[in-house]
Design a protein around this ligand. Structure first.
Ligand code: SF4
Length: 985
């Protein structure tokens, strides 16, 4: 064996076909150890109760990961057989308190009976008293449909506390975003700039792409307060102070505009940069001027972006922007004339939107940004020039002809080899939306949108700006036993689309889409419990949470929220009367449930990652994928999807019931095949039609699952080359996308350098509209933040903080080896991390008198934790950070009492408040972005001090040990042991 190690022969060829023995079989499905959705092969051997997982490797046939698997993916076996797995439905014992985890096992029939009766009563009286909030699930097309059919607007998934700023900031500007929606074309790029991205995001696909990019000579710059993960392998790490990326981006824009490093032709044809904005006070101040000819359509706004005007320098005339303004020989102005404005025939003063951007960027000098970001001004200047050089001087053309939306034939496709990627580091601040807007505008002025080497969309993106999905917003439509007339989530384009009552108060329990957070496109899960307990705007009856650890790492103000889950009224009734928790594991939140529904793992169920939700499309065309069960569910576990189908059938939701009142679908697999929101459009694109010979659109195919099983659980539809780029304006692509149901119209998607949507809210706040206006206490807030141009402002928490007392930014990252809190129960992965440290720059730690490895107190104005400190040069001196979700409540996740996760691990969430002081009726407002409601996770300020030597050497706060719940697998699996944290006797 030793000789074999020394041999040049590989020990194992990862690309070789598996060699099943007589006993083993191999089944393909899709990984869910993180959200990247790599293809995997699961190797199975016979066991006493059916096939058992032996090991998992990557599927070489899968287009996304091509056989690559990461440590998390191959550790899926330890998730499958985790001692923390729940196996039975559980009901809280009568007389026991929430949090005590005292349960009695019940049958599924009883669980369904309880839920059907309770939910049926709510639905028949006041459907909004049921709230469904889910964590990082991948089935929002089903959960959203369930809520809509129930008739409650109180639904959202995890996006509001994850990265909605990244999604909304980009979608409202360029029609797409990073992650599932689009990404950097590293195959053709020369310079790659990454901002605020932790290593777990986009894991395998991004790592494979960066590896190839660097091998082919690309330059990679990472801008991040912390040098871990991707930043550690970048050619250059630029440390930055948290929450100041917007200032950096505005300063980069300053240099690019000042030095004319912009793509003029792109801006004039494909963006709203030359379009004329009204300067005069009045109802249309700050909105785009439009052609008043009724034949040209209604006034331009977010949903009608037509008939706007430009000033043609060639003819000296004001013309319609399309098609006249882009005709050959026209030259739309990007700047105002010397007198400062153009004048319409009726005397209205107007100026190109780009002039307003110039004016805005003019004051955002590198010196100004340097003082905020900590990046030297000279480096900011140089960075802007590097970007301009890559996009403009290193540009090249691909020999791919394409036709734009106005019929112009382009003989080649212009490459702009400057790519960006950004994530929660930009998004999870209360200034994140405008920061992401600044990034999207910067990418646009350099012409990098859906260009080779730049940012590329993934189908079904780009969407319209604003997407044609209005969120449910009509209180009169909440009626007993009646589905809503719109989905609970969407994209408002105007104050008229807000989800508010006639008096302006919020319609939803989380206050999403209210004047407090108008564009909260993913809901605001982080405020549900606080608002529900306060009865703000009303009390609810039942809260169903799926895969959301709201009693621990998924919530801000963890201690407070745990207390609220237990809070009762004067009559001794819980303020949230019924709490249903669906999870596969014994999380901290399970202890607070009244009813526990045991979920399956990803190896035991059908799943869909499809075009109605979050597909896995590639730049070259749409891709969807599925999971197919490879083993039977453990114990009494049932997939949450099946539970929803069952409940929807028992409650007789119209979409789930035949006209005769019978159930329409046998289960989830049947639902996926046969449910069609539009004729020919279903959850899956591949192998449609009665014979399975149609793709993208076609009648249901009863053998669709079999077709996916035969094809590695994935369907990939490469588009012709002439439809792979410039899709915002690509005529064949726009027509094709409409025909396939990915978009409602085939209009082009002009980039919103200037957002008249934001301006429409600002006008309402200023009282300059005839329509809806915000309540007085929110007028100044909306006026300030709904700026049609990107700008930087300090995170809102700073205004409520004594910065001299709390001088440090404190942030978290998810570790590469774990995904959320799921993997602390994974016997292999917790050998890598069983506890976390607070990482502090040595200069900062020494100034505070804290040794490397020493115990210290970390205090914010909201709370304090005690933890261990690790000195690290890989963090800028004004920032401290830690891994998220490694610290655990004692006994949770079946970790042995006293395990490292509880004694040495800690949770920074104790230091973060879910609310900030504000002049609302409650005296508070969500600690979130004022535009989107994105949770401001990374805005908290702290101070550090050494713990006294005689203090207990364990983290604070400590929780009472959570007992094992009935049916939890526990020590039943003898092959597994929790090594890390085990104490020697
Ligand atoms: S990157 Fe994510 S999806 Fe891919 S193998 Fe790793 S854990 Fe699984």
């Amino acid at each position: 064996m030793v000789l074999k190690f020394l041999s040049p022969e590989p020990l194992h060829d990862p690309l070789a076909a598996p060699t099943p023995t007589q006993d083993t079989t191999v089944k393909c499905t899709t990984c869910y150890m993180c959200a990247c959705r790599c293809g995997i092969r699961v190797h199975l051997a016979p066991g006493p109760d059916g096939p058992q997982v032996r090991y998992i490797d990557g599927n070489p046939e899968h287009p996304l990961n091509q056989g690559v698997i990461c440590a998390k993916g191959s550790s899926g076996i330890m998730k499958q057989y985790s001692p923390a797995r729940l196996t039975q439905p559980l009901l809280r014992k009568p007389g026991s308190e929430r949090g005590a985890a005292e349960f009695e096992p019940i049958s599924w029939e009883r669980a369904y009976g309880l839920l059907t009766e309770r939910l049926g009563k709510i639905r028949a009286t006041d459907p909004k008293k049921f709230a469904l909030f889910t964590g990082r699930d991948q089935m929002q097309a089903l959960t959203g449909l369930f809520a809509r059919q129930f008739g409650t607007p109180n639904y959202a998934a995890h996006g509001g506390f994850c990265s909605v700023n990244m999604a909304a900031g980009m979608i409202y500007t360029v029609g797409g975003s990073f992650w599932e929606f689009g990404g950097p074309d590293l195959e053709r790029s020369k310079l790659f700039v990454m901002l605020g991205t932790a290593e777990d995001h986009h894991s395998n696909p991004m790592k494979i792409a960066i590896s190839k990019f660097k091998r082919s000579g690309g330059r990679f710059i990472s801008i991040n307060p912390i040098r871990t993960g991707y930043s550690a392998i970048a050619d250059e790490w630029i440390p930055i102070k948290p929450g100041t990326d917007g200032a950096l981006l505005m300063a980069l824009l300053h240099v690019l505009l000042r030095d004319d490093l912009i793509d003029h032709a792109f801006l004039k044809r494909f963006t709203n940069a030359p379009q004329l904005v009204v300067l005069d006070a009045g109802l249309r101040e700050g909105l785009f001027a439009f052609d008043p000819d009724p034949a040209k359509g209604p006034p331009g706004d977010g949903r009608n972006p037509h008939n706007k005007l430009v000033f043609d320098k060639a003819s000296g005339r004001i013309l319609n922007a399309y098609p006249e303004g882009i005709a050959d020989g026209c030259d739309p102005a990007l700047e105002a004339p010397p007198e400062g404005h153009y004048t319409l025939d009726d005397g209205t003063r107007v100026t190109p939107a780009f002039q307003l951007l110039r004016d805005r960027a003019a004051t955002c000098t590198p010196a100004w940004a340097s003082a905020l970001t900590g990046i030297p001004a000279a480096r900011i200047e140089q960075l802007a020039h590097e970007m301009g050089h890559a996009a403009l001087q290193q540009a090249f053309e691909l020999p791919i002809a394409w036709t734009d939306a106005w019929g112009k034939e382009h003989p080649t496709t212009q490459a702009r080899p400057l790519a960006f990627h950004a994530m929660r580091g930009l998004a999870a601040h209360s200034n994140g939306f405008q920061t992401v807007r600044a990034l999207a505008v910067l990418m646009s002025v350099l012409g990098t949108i859906d260009a080779p080497g730049g940012f590329r969309h993934k189908a079904p993106y780009p969407r319209h700006i604003v997407p044609n999905y209005r969120a449910f917003n009509d209180p009169a439509m909440i009626q007993p036993n009646t589905p809503l007339n719109a989905a609970p989530l969407g994209f408002p384009a105007h104050p008229d689309e807000l989800a508010i009552h006639p008096d302006g108060s919020p319609l939803r329990i989380d206050h999403a889409y209210s004047w407090e957070h108008p564009l909260s496109a993913h809901g605001m899960m982080h405020n549900v419990i606080t608002n529900a307990v306060r009865g703000d705007p009303y009390r609810i009856d039942t809260l169903l949470m799926f895969m959301a650890n709201m009693a621990w790492n998924s919530t801000m103000n963890t201690q407070g929220v745990r207390e609220m889950l237990n809070r009762k009224d004067e009559a001794g009734e819980y303020l949230i009367p019924f709490l249903v928790v669906c999870d596969a594991f014994q999380s901290e939140t399970v202890a607070f449930a009244d009813l526990v529904l045991p979920d399956t793992t990803y190896l035991e169920r059908h799943d869909v990652m499809g075009m109605l939700d979050r597909p896995i499309s590639e730049f070259d065309g749409p891709v969807d994928s599925v999971r197919i069960p490879v083993v039977e569910p453990m114990g009494e576990c049932r997939p949450f999807q099946e539970v929803l189908i069952e409940l929807a059938s028992r409650l007789k939701f119209p979409a789930f019931t035949t006209p005769e009142g019978e159930r329409k679908f046998k289960g989830y697999a049947d639902f996926v095949v046969n449910f069609q929101p539009q004729p020919g459009i279903g959850f899956l694109m591949g192998w449609r039609g009665a014979n399975g010979d149609q793709h993208l659109r076609g009648e249901p195919n009863p053998k669709q699952w079999e077709a996916y099983e035969k094809n590695n659980c994935v369907f990939h539809y490469p588009l012709p080359e002439n439809m792979q780029f410039m899709r915002n304006w690509n005529r064949p692509y726009l027509d094709f996308a409409k025909d396939k149901g990915w978009r409602q119209k085939n209009d082009p998607v002009q980039l919103a350098i200037y957002s008249d949507t934001l301006q429409s809210f600002r006008l309402a706040a200023r009282g300059q509209t005839e329509g809806r206006q915000p309540p007085d206490h929110l007028r100044a807030r909306i006026d300030t933040y709904f700026d049609p141009l990107p700008f930087w402002y300090p995170p809102l928490e700073e205004a409520a903080t004594d910065l001299a007392t709390y001088p440090l930014n404190a942030i978290t990252q998810r570790p590469m080896a774990m995904y959320h809190s799921w993997d602390s129960q994974n016997a292999w992965l917790r050998q890598i991390h069983s506890h976390n440290y607070l990482h502090v720059n040595p200069q900062t730690a020494r100034a505070a008198g804290i040794a490397d490895g020493g115990w210290a107190w970390v205090e914010s104005q909201w709370g304090q934790v005690r933890c261990m400190i690790r000195h690290s040069e890989a963090v800028e001196p004004g920032t401290v950070w830690t891994w998220n979700a490694i610290g655990k409540a004692d006994g949770a996740w079946q970790l042995a009492p006293g395990a490292d996760e509880a004694r040495k691990g800690f949770l920074l969430n104790h230091l973060i408040s879910e609310e900030l002081p504000f002049n609302t009726a409650s005296g508070t407002i969500s600690n979130s972005d004022p535009i989107t409601g994105q949770a401001g996770w990374y805005d908290v300020r702290v101070r550090i001090r050494p713990a006294d030597p005689d203090e207990a050497q364990e983290t604070y706060p400590q929780m009472a040990t959570m007992p094992s719940v009935p049916g939890v697998l526990g020590k039943a699996v003898q092959v597994l042991t929790y090594f890390a944290g085990r104490k020697t006797p």
